[in-house]
Design a binder for this molecule. Sequence first.
Ligand SMILES: [Zn+2]
Ligand SMILES: [Zn+2]
Length: 217
Amino acid sequence: MKTNNNIIIVTLYDGYEYDSKLRTGFGFSCLVKIGGKSLLFDTGSESQTLLYNMQQLKIKPEEVEIVVLSHSHGDHTGGLRGFLNANGHKAKVYEPGVFKKPTEIGTNVYSTGALGRFLKEQALAVKSLRGLIVITGCAHPGVVNIVKKAQEIEKIIYIVLGGFHLGDGRAVIKEFKALGVQKVAPCHCTGDLAIGQFREEYKDNFIANGVGKIIEI
Ligand SMILES: [Zn+2]
Ligand SMILES: [Zn+2]
């Protein structure tokens, strides 16, 4: 049964393939649908792939009301201009450094606020009935630090999703478990080694992420 609390997260741009009718690319972008509103988190390295994938999934660029950019690297921001042209420049864009602390940007949607000393990076936190969904770009300030920051919004962490930027992931998996992270959906820059480790440790609570993956909560 679908309710107003229904949250849909669609991976639109990633190096990993989930849906073979979509194109992969270096970078990350995902769409969050909540309460009838659409928000885009990051834009991939270029807009052609992003817009192609949106079209394949019947997602209209002009429906997106908010764009949140995690950090200033080109594989997250490169698609912005082309996306905004397709969007008719209607969406409000939140740049990486705009929030100093966790800030609500829409109903049940938060920016964690910027982390990182030199390279500012924000993550997205979405409140669901099962707990918080934390969406990261590259997690350069450390994915554990991001999760801890998100816990200032809500303690229960249901899913952590996105690029975790890891080599060996074992220490992070230990910390995730200590913090109570229930499910993981790593992709983008997480690294094959760490993704394999998450898959092994999280078992049924590991979500294979890639372009075209749709998560409904
Ligand atoms: Zn990246
Ligand atoms: Zn990056």
